[in-house]
Design a protein around this ligand. Structure first.
Ligand code: HEM
Length: 269
């Protein structure tokens, strides 16, 4: 039997073929992997890493808002006046330092700026991803995590539609609001009565429950991406990040979905 060493000696490794840059490509791209030549790929005005940071920060602001909002909503299980007093307090908080509804308007402006930045960054990132992928199609990823990842634009659009519906329904009392919607009057808010009136319409309650499930899928993938994009490394940090990325959306889902269920079953009336 031939000595493996002899075989190795007898067959010298083939000389590496010379790599030449394609016409118009930057020669350094072969070694660095980065294409800088503006004729091949013009440098984007906003780098993708900046877009990812914008998405991560604005997404975290949304997650914190929905978490606090859910905790406030749970007051519906105490008694009507708890939720109504809270709704009125939101308008008079920090008076006279802030004007009437000052805190609400600060929150609305922050949320609106975050929403515009989040959507703009999402559209830019996904169109860049599509351009880089070309005609190649991803295959073989069918679990829930990859479903959430692939459908972030779809779930995000459903959530945008839900937010518009929800503002008309319970904040503005317009168009889709229940008949008998009551606006704040003489220091009295009617958030409790409005929520009960709205969720007593079962298609509306079903739409809220569907939107809350969509929110769970969107938030769980989004928060896990935040952990990655803000650079969490290390086993323990990533384990805590993964836990929070599941626990926060789950708490938001359970805390909120109980409300339409409670109204439909007559536990809250
Ligand atoms: C069962 C679930 C929910 C209930 C019962 C609920 C209830 C309410 C109520 C009663 C208001 C009006 C508060 C007021 O005018 O004092 C409100 C406002 C609002 N809710 Fe919800 N909400 C729910 C889920 C959500 C979700 C999932 C989101 C976000 C994705 C959301 C975002 C908002 C926003 C942005 C406002 C407007 C705050 C403002 O500018 O006055 N809500 N919600």
């Amino acid at each position: 039997m031939a000595d493996p060493q002899d075989v190795k000696d007898a067959e010298p490794a083939p000389a590496p073929t010379e790599r030449r840059p394609l016409p118009g490509a930057e020669p350094a791209a072969l070694t660095t992997g980065r294409v800088r030549d503006a004729r091949v790929r013009p440098a984007p005005k906003v780098p993708s890493w900046v877009l990812k940071i914008i998405m991560a920060v604005t997404g975290t602001v949304f997650a914190l808002f929905v978490l606090v909002h859910m905790i406030g909503n749970l007051k519906i299980f105490m008694d009507p006046e708890h939720l109504n007093t809270y709704a009125y307090w939101l308008r008079t908080a920090f008076e006279p330092l802030l004007p009437y509804e000052g805190l609400l308007w600060i929150m609305r402006i922050v949320l609106l700026v975050c929403l515009v930045a989040h959507i703009a960054a999402a559209v830019m990132i996904s169109s860049r991803a599509r351009a880089s992928r070309g005609t190649h199609k991803r295959r073989g990823m069918t679990n829930l995590r990859s479903f959430a990842a692939r459908n972030m634009l779809v779930t995000g659009t459903v959530l945008l539609a839900f937010i518009i519906f929800h503002l008309l329904d319970l904040t503005l009392g317009k168009a889709v609001a229940p008949s008998g919607y009551q606006h704040i009057e003489n220091g009295q808010a009617y958030a409790y009565e409005n929520v009960v009136a709205s969720f007593s319409r079962w298609p509306v309650a079903a739409f809220y429950m569907f939107a809350l499930l969509v929110l769970f899928v969107h938030l769980a993938h989004g928060l896990w991406t935040v952990v990655q994009d803000l650079g969490a490394t290390g086993r323990r940090t990533r384990a805590v990040g993964l836990f929070l990325a599941g626990a926060i959306p789950l708490a938001i889902l359970l805390g909120n979905i109980l409300i339409p269920i409670a109204v439909l079953t007559g536990v809250v009336k």
